[in-house]
Design a protein around this ligand. Structure first.
Ligand SMILES: Nc1ncnc2c1ncn2[C@@H]1O[C@H](COP(=O)(O)OP(=O)(O)O)[C@@H](O)[C@H]1O
Ligand SMILES: [Mg+2]
Ligand SMILES: [Zn+2]
Length: 388
C-alpha cells in the first residue's frame, strides 16, 4: 500500500515522515516573546526559531491562537510599523529586526463581492487583459487593457456588461427572504459586452476565459510563464478545479486560504513571518500533503512559518514544535514543552525529542513560565518546569 502511487498511498507516506526536511537548528536566530498574558496565558515566554517551520500544538483552548495570533503576530507587526490590532498584554518581543513583514494567512474571504475573483486576486487577470489588447481585433478598434476589465464602466472606456456592471449576476431582492442571485439576462454570466467578446484569445473571449478552470487555463496559457506559474501553484495546492472567474464570496475558507498562499509564493520571499492557524481544517488528507509541500517552499526560500496545528502530518513536517498546555482554559496556563522533531535515518519513524512530559530535560531554557498566583498545573508538570 505504502509503495503505491495513488493519492492515499502518497498521503500515508507523508504521514509517516516524507515531506520533513530536518533543517539544522544550531545557532538559528530566534523570535523571543516574553511575559505573554492574554486570556488564559499567565506570563508565558516562548522562542520561535526564524527561517524554520515551527508548529504550535496543544489541546483546544490551551491558548495557541491567543499566543500566536493575538500576541506574537500583532506584536511583530506593531514593531514593523504595519497596521495591526493592539497585541494583548506581553512584556517584550525580541528578534523581530530580522523580519521585514509579518502576515497571517487565514481563512477569511479574499473578497466579498462577485467583482473579486481568483484571477484578479493572484494577479493574472492584468496579464491576460494585456494579451487581449494585443490581439489584432482589439488593436483595430483601439482597445487598450482597460477595455477588458469587468470593473471599469463603459463611461471610463471599459467593456463590461452594463446591465450587471460586470458582475455576471444580479441580486433579486425577495420580500422576507435572502436575496436570490441569478445570472445576468444580458451577458448570461460573461460579464462583458457582446462587442468586447468579439475579441478572442486562443479562441476564447474574455468571458469564456473567466469561465475556464485553473486546470484548463494552465493548458491554454502553457506558453505564458507569468500566467502559468500562479496557476501551477493553485494546482499544486489542490484547487485546480476552481474557475478563474468564480466570485470570491462563494469560495470556502480553505480555498481562500490556499489562494492567499499561492499569491504569497509569487512574491520575492525571504524575511516574512507567516502565521497560519489550523490550516488543515476541512482538508482531505491528500490536500494536507499539498499544503505541507507549499509551506516547505516558503521556508526553503527563507521565510519563517509559525503554524498552529494538530494534524500529525504537519507536526511531523515541522522543524520545531512548541506545545502549549497541559489543558484548555484555566488548565492551559501557558506552560510549554518544546521539542525538535527528529527523524531516524530511514526517514519513516519520526520521533520527537524533548517533547514529552516524561522527559524532564526536555524543557528548554527560555521556554519557561513564570509561576503566578492561580497556578493550576498538576504536580507532575511542576516537576518538569524550569521556573524563572
Ligand atoms: N476574546 C476572548 N475573551 C475571553 N476569553 C477568551 C477569548 N478568546 C479566547 N479566550 C479563552 O482563552 C483560552 C485560549 O483560547 P485560544 O487561544 O483561542 O485557544 P486555542 O487556540 O489553543 O484553542 C480559552 O480558554 C478561551 O476560552
Ligand atoms: Mg485556536
Ligand atoms: Zn451582464
Amino acid at each position: 500500500m505504502l509503495a503505491g502511487d495513488g493519492p492515499t498511498a502518497r498521503a500515508l507516506r507523508i504521514a509517516v515522515g516524507e515531506g520533513a526536511r530536518s533543517r539544522p537548528m544550531k545557532d538559528v536566530p530566534m523570535l523571543t516573546l516574553k511575559g505573554a498574558r492574554g486570556h488564559n496565558l499567565q506570563s508565558t515566554t516562548a522562542k520561535f526559531p526564524l527561517g524554520r517551520f515551527v508548529c504550535v500544538a496543544g489541546v483546544s483552548g490551551s491558548g495557541k491562537s491567543t499566543l500566536v495570533e493575538k500576541i506574537l503576530l500583532r506584536a511583530v507587526r506593531e514593531k514593523l510599523k504595519l497596521t495591526t490590532e493592539e497585541p494583548l498584554a506581553h512584556q517584550s518581543i525580541d528578534g523581530w529586526k530580522a523580519l521585514k513583514r509579518a502576515v497571517a494567512i487565514d481563512q477569511s474571504p479574499i473578497g466579498r463581492t462577485p467583482r473579486s475573483v481568483p484571477a484578479t486576486y493572484v494577479g493574472i487577470w492584468d496579464e491576460i487583459r494585456k494579451l487581449f489588447s494585443l490581439m489584432p481585433e482589439a488593436k483595430k478598434r483601439g482597445w487598450g487593457i482597460g477595455r477588458f476589465s469587468f470593473n471599469t464602466s463603459a463611461e471610463s472606456g471599459g467593456g463590461r456588461c452594463e446591465t450587471c456592471d460586470g458582475a455576471g449576476v444580479k441580486h433579486v431582492e425577495m420580500a422576507f427572504m435572502a436575496d436570490v442571485v441569478v445570472p445576468c439576462e444580458v451577458c448570461a454570466g460573461a460579464r462583458f459586452s457582446r462587442e468586447t467578446c468579439d475579441v478572442k484569445l486562443h479562441g476564447y473571449d474574455a468571458g469564456e476565459i473567466l469561465g475556464l478552470t485553473v486546470e484548463e487555463a494552465r493548458q491554454v496559457f502553457s506558453q505564458v510563464a507569468k500566467v502559468k506559474r500562479p496557476l501551477d501553484l493553485l494546482h499544486d495546492l489542490g484547487v485546480g478545479y476552481l474557475a478563474l472567474g468564480q466570485g470570491s464570496h462563494t469560495l470556502s475558507g480553505g480555498e481562500a486560504q490556499r489562494i492567499k498562499l499561492a499569491t504569497e509564493l509569487q512574491t520575492g520571499g525571504g524575511g516574512t513571518l507567516y502565521v497560519l492557524d489550523e490550516p488543515t481544517t476541512g482538508l482531505h488528507v491528500s490536500d494536507v500533503m499539498k499544503l505541507i509541500t507549499v509551506m516547505q517552499q516558503l521556508v526553503d526560500r527563507g521565510d519563517s512559518l509559525v503554524v498552529i496545528e494538530h494534524h500529525p502530518s504537519v507536526l511531523r513536517a515541522a522543524d520545531w514544535i512548541l506545545e502549549l498546555g497541559p489543558g484548555g482554559g484555566a488548565l492551559g496556563d501557558g506552560s510549554w514543552r518544546r521539542g525538535r522533531r527528529t527523524t531516524s535515518p530511514g526517514g519513516t519513524r519520526p520521533r520527537r525529542r524533548c517533547c514529552g512530559a516524561e522527559n524532564a530535560r526536555g524543557w528548554a531554557k527560555g521556554l519557561t513560565r513564570t509561576p503566578s498566583a492561580g497556578d493550576h498545573r498538576p504536580a507532575r508538570w511542576n516537576s518538569t518546569t524550569t521556573s524563572s
